[in-house]
Ligand binder design. Structure first.
Ligand code: DX5
Ligand code: ZN
Length: 224
């Protein structure tokens, strides 16, 4: 089932609670939380204290995307602060098998993220362990960038692998998703769509999230 994950990176931080209420009232089922350390990516976003505050004001599952060099140290702390699922970058984790198992043993779902240029083959061995795979459709670090279309081929291939191997991980996509391309993304076989500026950059974030979901579901149904 297609789900839209509003990315709080694009929200107005001076009224985060209100913005979360807007998308929650519209029927969104997850929130995406981008953590950047100014080292793995050339930008700094927000961290543990902000997650703790958000945890107190929503029951929605919190999907934490760690764009940080030292995921092994911080993943358990984000889980303690309220993350329900944590994704780490393949490019930042030399001991990926260990990191994934650690996240799960701390009680969260574990995902691995691939930058646009990182091949799917880097996940071949760990795929059976994963709860989800996040395919970046922009180079991580900033909201509001343009969608990179070749990532659609990665989605289609990953979908085929999942079927062939009989696995159940979810496929998530992140970066540059709008009403212009959500149909193509859904048709390619994505389960979870992260959307920042196309939700919180609009006058009505709740309505924008629902419009994205409807457009995606319609395109997927047309294809089926
Ligand atoms: C980018 C982040 C994204 C970002 C997406 O590095 O991982 O989650 O918030 O923003 P948009 O949807 O504006 O591209
Ligand atoms: Zn993200």
């Amino acid at each position: 089932m297609l789900e839209i994950f509003p990315s709080l990176l694009a929200a107005d931080f001076s009224r985060l609670g209100e913005q979360i209420d807007q998308v929650t009232a519209a029927g969104v089922n997850y929130l995406h939380f981008d953590v950047m350390d100014g080292h793995f990516v050339p930008n700094i976003s927000f961290g543990l204290p902000v997650l703790e505050s958000i945890r107190k004001c929503t029951r929605l599952p919190l999907d934490v995307h760690l764009m940080i060099t030292d995921a092994d140290t911080y993943a358990p702390r984000f889980i303690e602060a309220g993350a329900d699922q944590v994704s780490v970058h393949q490019e930042a984790c030399p001991h990926l098998d260990r990191t994934v198992r650690m996240i799960q043993s701390e009680g969260a779902k574990a995902g691995v993220v691939l930058n646009p240029a990182t091949p799917l083959s880097t996940l071949e061995q760990v795929l059976p362990l994963l709860d989800y795979v996040l395919l970046m459709s922009v180079n991580p670090g900033f909201g509001g960038q343009s969608f990179i279309p070749y990532v659609l081929d990665k989605v289609r291939t990953l979908r085929q692998w999942r079927e062939r191997l009989g696995l159940t991980f979810a496929i998530e996509i992140d970066g540059g998703i709008s009403l212009d391309n959500v149909g193509r993304v859904a048709e390619a076989g994505v389960d979870w769509v992260v959307a920042g500026s196309s939700v919180f950059g609009t006058a009505d974030p709740g309505r924008a999230a629902i419009a994205l979901k409807e457009a995606g579901l319609e395109a997927a149904a047309r294809k089926a």
